[in-house]
Every structure is written in structure tokens, then in C-alpha cells.
Design a protein around this ligand. Sequence first.
Ligand code: FAD
Length: 321
Amino acid sequence: MNILIYTETREGSFKKQGFELISYAKALSGMTGGEVISLAIGEIFDEELKKAADYGASRIIALEADQLPDNRNLSKLLIQWIKQANAQVILFADNNTGKAIAPFVAAGLKAGIATGITGLPEKTDPFIVTRKIYSGKALAKIQVKSHYKILLLAANTFGIKNDPVVPVIERHNIEAEYFESPNKIISTEKQTGKILLGEAEIVVSAGRGMKSPDNWGSIEELAQILGAATACSRPVSDEGWRPHGEHVGQTGKVINPNIYFAFGISGAIQHVAGISGSKVIVAVNKDHEAPIFNVADYGIVGDVNQVLPKMIEAARKIKTE
Ligand SMILES: Cc1cc2nc3c(=O)[nH]c(=O)nc-3n(C[C@H](O)[C@H](O)[C@H](O)COP(=O)(O)OP(=O)(O)OC[C@H]3O[C@@H](n4cnc5c(N)ncnc54)[C@H](O)[C@@H]3O)c2cc1C
């Protein structure tokens, strides 16, 4: 059963979750047999391509392009390569891109799809996987019965595991037809130089308890010292205090970092839906009854204005020791 992974790229490199997907695929191939094939679309450096083999991709395909086809065309292109590679299991990251493209691919292949999966299948015949449901508050076991099986792996649930193989690396051009689209992208704005929220191992997040966008300097400072991404609650982005890309929760990004710091966030159910996969939650809130303390592993009852400077000082000390 060949396994094909759609590995996303950014500025010529693989996004980190691609390596987790390849590690997952390599472990899965131990159960199913077959080849582990990674497929990247867009610009990608040679050195970077080789890295896919460190985690177990034995066939590494790069489809070169200055820009990505639109999602509909991208899914058609993937279907063409899934068939060419004789792949039966297709893996995506359980992020906005995966959720946008995988359903088109599933429809095109008449495939069963399982989003938010948290680990390897319990068995592969029948093919039974566990997935998150109700915004991560419960888990469901499902059987994927179709010939093609599409899986979206929740970030940071399997881990990145070194398992080097000798790869075959291929580069191909994309036919012009895949760039024909009823829509035309006029301009794009890219985040540069920042740690991507969906990939961050540490996230420093804040809510309305910060009182004003002018107080975000200390949040950014702590994030910078810890090598963390910044995030926020929804009202904060609705107010325009922070960009919408930082909003986590039911209607924002769902993240699974190793550590999530919540400063002045009440811990409403819709917010927790986006962070409950965090391995450790550290909350700072002046109200000892704030619901965030129900999900926090470590809690400090206190004023952010007093606690944050102390945490910044402590983090700086640890980093310079
Ligand atoms: C359909 C729907 C979808 C939603 N989706 C989302 C979502 O995806 N993400 C999301 O975040 N929300 C979402 N919400 C909104 C959610 O219900 C909450 O209103 C929101 O999360 C609250 O944000 P907050 O904790 O920043 O603000 P608040 O609820 O105002 O809480 C501020 C907290 O800061 C504390 N505080 C105040 N001052 C200080 C201080 N000086 N020091 C320390 N602590 C202090 C307070 O005690 C309080 O707990 C959604 C709501 C609905 C109805």
C-alpha cells in the first residue's frame, strides 16, 4: 500500500509538519508495506528535498512552480500523481491548507477522509483510525472503507522521527493547464521572519486582559526570548489589536504546541477548543475562578502587568545561562 504525503513548502523549504507526516508515513508503511512518497509543489531547494529522506521518504517528488495552482487545480494535480504513484493512503497536515485541498481530492477519488487523526491506525485491515471530534473534546474511532484513504494528521501528535533511507529524487514541471483559473491573484501578503503559529513548539498568547494593543510589547518580547509564536483570543483580533492569523479557537487556528502561555485570557470554551491539544498550558489571570485554570497545567493568579516582566526576566536569565 504506497503512501503519498503532500508536503507543504515555504520560501524554498519544507514546513516542519511535513517531516512529522513523513515520519508517520514511514511508521505506517511498517504496518501496510509499500513505498513512502513525498510530493512538494512550488519552489524547493535541492538540499531541502534531501531532508525528506532523513525521515523515511524513499521517493521524493518536486513539482516546480513559481506560484501554486489554485486549490481546485492543485487537487487535480495531486490526483494525477496519486494515481501515477499507485498510492492508496494520502496524508495531509490537519491545517487550513490540508482542510482546503483534501476534500477536493477525496471527492475526485471517491475516497473516505479522516481529519484530525491522532496516531497510527489501530489496524489496517479493516483500516481503523482515531480522530478528534467536537473540537478535540472527544475521540472517535472510524473505519475508512474506500480503496483510497485520505488522512489529515493533527500537528504535534506523532512527532518527528529520524529513520533515514536512500531516496530517489525527481523534479518535474507542471503543465500550463493547471494554472488556468477563474480567479486571478492580484497580490499576496506573506508573513516573513516569524515563527508560524501552526508549527510553533511554544506559543505566547494573550487576551482582552491585556487591555490595549499598546501592551503587546511584553508579549512579543517573551515570545522572542523563548523562540515562540504569538497568538491571541478572538475578541483581540476582532478589535484589530492583533492580526486575524493569530486568533486561536473554534473559529480560528487549532494548535498543538508543547507549551501554551495564556495571559489575560478567560478560557472560554470556544478558545479552549483551539488549544486543548497543547501538551502544557500555563495561565496567568487575576481572577482565580477564570475557566482557563480548569485546563491549565500551571496557573498564576496575578496581574499580567506584574507577572509578565518577572517571566521575561526569568526567561532571559535561563536563556543566557
Ligand atoms: C460562535 C463563537 C465562536 C467563538 N470563537 C472563538 C475563538 O475561536 N477563539 C476565542 O478566543 N474566542 C471565541 N469566541 C469568543 C469567546 O466566547 C470569548 O468571548 C473569548 O474567548 C474571550 O476572550 P478573552 O478571554 O480574551 O476576553 P475576556 O472574556 O474579556 O477575558 C479577559 C480575561 O482577562 C482577565 N484579566 C483582566 N485583566 C487582567 C490583568 N490585569 N491581569 C491578568 N488577567 C486579567 C480577566 O479576569 C478575564 O478572565 C467565540 C464565541 C462565539 C459565540
